[in-house]
Design a protein around this ligand. Structure first.
Ligand code: NAG
Ligand code: NAG
Length: 369
C-alpha cells in the first residue's frame, strides 16, 4: 500500500473501531478501592484528613484534586474514554446521573466486611469506608434511577460493563501494617476470593454479562512496602528490586482469583468474565522502565518526602501532606505517591487490558461465545 492509502486506511479503521467501541456498552459500573476511586470521599467537599484529595493530586490531567489517588486519570477513566462514555461519576455524587455509569469505588475499601477483621483483633486497622458488599448495597440503592422493573434492569445491565476490583490490597494491608506475620495475610486469601466470587455471582444474577475482574498489584515493588519492610526482609530481589514474600502474597491471590474466575465461567456460560492483570505490567515497569519512558532507577515515588529516603517515601511526608513535593516529570515515574500509580502508568495498564496483553481475554476482544 502507498503510504497515503495506508494512512487513510489506518484512520478509517480507527474511526470504525471507535464507533464500534462507543456503541458497545450502555454504561460502566465500577467497584473497587483507591486504585479506582473517583472521589467518593469528596462529594461534600474535601475532608481535612484526606491527603490524597489535596494538591498535587490531579496535577497532570484535571489540574485540581478530584479525590483520585493519582496525578491524573485512573485505569477506569481510560476505559470509559475508550468506549466513548463519560468519566464515571462517583456514586455518592449529589447531582450526577448514573444511566451511563457510576463508580462505587472508595478509598480504603476491603473485600471483607469489618466483622472479619474485628474477629481477628484487626478492627482498628481497617478504615471501613465501604467494603465490596457495602458497595453492592449502594448499587442496589442506585438501581431505581436507571431501571424500573427487575426485567428492565436485567435487560439494561446485560448491555453494561461491570468492573469488580481490584479488591484485596487493603485486606492484606491490615495484618501487614499491624506487624502480623505474613502467614496471617495468606490465611485471608481464600476468604477474600470467596467474597469477590460471591459479588460477581450477585451481579450476574442481576443481569450482568460482561465483567472485568482485576487482580492485585505486586505490592513488594512499591515504595511504601520497600520503605517499611525492606530492612526486615531477607527476600529482597536485587534483580527485580522488589520484596519477594510480598509479591508472592499477591501472586497467590491472583492465581486463586483466576481459578475462581474459571469456575464462574463454567457455572455461568453466558457471562463473559475478563481477568485483568495489574501485576505483570508493574513488574515490567520495574524490569524495563525505559520501554515505558520511565526513569531507570529504584522505584521512587514521584510525589513524597522531598528526596528523603531511597524511595522518596516517608509516612510523615506523604504526598499531599505539608512538606511533601511532586517531581516535575510524573510521566517518567510509574509510582505516583509510593502507594498508587501515575496517570502514565495507568494509561499503559488500561491499554494492556483493552487490547492485550494484560487481560485474559483483552476487553475489546471479549465476545459472546
Ligand atoms: C448541581 O448541578 C447544577 C447544574 O449543573 C450546578 O449548578 C450545581 O452547582 C450542582 N450542585 C452540586 C452540589 O454539585
Ligand atoms: C522520615 O522523616 C523523619 C522526620 O524527618 C525521619 O526521622 C525519618 O528518618 C524519615 N524516614 C525515612 C525512611 O526516610
Amino acid at each position: 500500500m502507498k503510504p497515503s492509502i495506508l494512512v487513510s486506511f489506518l484512520l478509517l479503521s480507527s474511526i470504525l473501531s471507535h464507533t464500534f467501541a462507543a456503541e458497545k456498552y450502555a454504561a460502566i459500573y465500577n467497584f473497587g478501592d483507591s486504585l479506582v476511586d473517583a472521589g467518593n470521599l469528596c462529594v461534600n467537599g474535601i475532608p481535612a484528613y484526606l491527603a490524597t484529595a489535596r494538591w498535587p493530586y490531579g496535577m497532570t490531567f484535571f489540574g485540581y484534586p478530584t479525590g483520585r489517588c493519582s496525578d491524573g486519570r485512573l485505569v477506569i477513566d481510560y476505559i470509559a474514554q475508550a468506549f466513548g462514555l463519560p468519566l464515571l461519576p462517583p456514586s455518592k455524587a449529589k447531582n450526577a446521573t448514573f444511566e451511563r455509569g457510576a463508580n462505587f469505588a472508595i478509598t480504603g475499601a476491603t473485600a471483607l466486611d469489618i466483622g472479619f477483621f474485628e474477629a481477628r483483633g484487626l478492627g482498628k486497622t481497617i478504615w471501613n469506608s465501604g467494603s465490596l458488599h457495602t458497595q453492592l448495597q449502594w448499587f442496589e440503592e442506585m438501581k431505581p434511577s436507571v431501571c424500573s422493573s427487575p426485567q428492565e434492569c436485567k435487560e439494561f445491565f446485560g448491555k453494561c460493563l461491570f468492573i469488580v476490583g481490584e479488591f484485596g490490597g487493603n485486606d492484606y494491608n491490615s495484618p501487614l501494617f499491624a506487624g502480623r506475620d505474613m502467614m496471617e495475610a495468606h490465611t485471608m486469601i481464600p476468604h477474600v476470593i470467596e467474597s469477590i466470587s460471591s459479588a460477581i455471582e450477585k451481579l450476574i444474577e442481576q443481569g450482568a454479562v460482561d465483567l472485568v475482574v482485576p487482580g492485585v498489584l505486586p505490592i513488594g515493588c512499591f515504595p511504601v512496602y520497600l520503605t517499611l519492610f525492606r530492612a526486615k526482609e531477607d527476600g529482597y530481589g536485587p534483580q527485580s528490586g522488589c520484596l519477594r514474600k510480598f509479591n508472592t502474597l499477591s501472586w497467590v491471590h491472583n492465581s486463586m482469583l483466576q481459578r475462581a474466575i474459571h469456575r464462574l465461567r463454567d457455572k455461568y456460560p453466558a457471562a463473559r468474565i475478563v481477568y485483568a492483570d495489574y501485576y505483570t505490567p508493574v513488574v515490567q515497569f520495574m524490569l524495563q522502565p525505559e520501554k515505558y519512558g520511565f526513569h531507570k532507577q529504584l522505584p521512587k515515588a514521584c510525589c513524597g518526602a522531598g528526596g528523603q529516603g531511597i524511595y522518596n517515601f516517608n509516612l510523615t511526608y506523604k504526598c499531599g501532606d505539608p512538606g511533601s513535593v511532586a517531581c516535575e516529570d510524573p510521566a517518567k515515574h510509574w509510582s505516583w505517591d509510593g502507594i498508587h500509580l501515575t496517570e502514565a502508568a495507568y494509561g499503559f495498564i488500561a491499554k494492556g487490558w483493552l487490547n492485550g496483553p494484560f487481560a485474559d481475554p483483552p476487553i475489546m476482544r471479549s465476545q459472546r461465545r
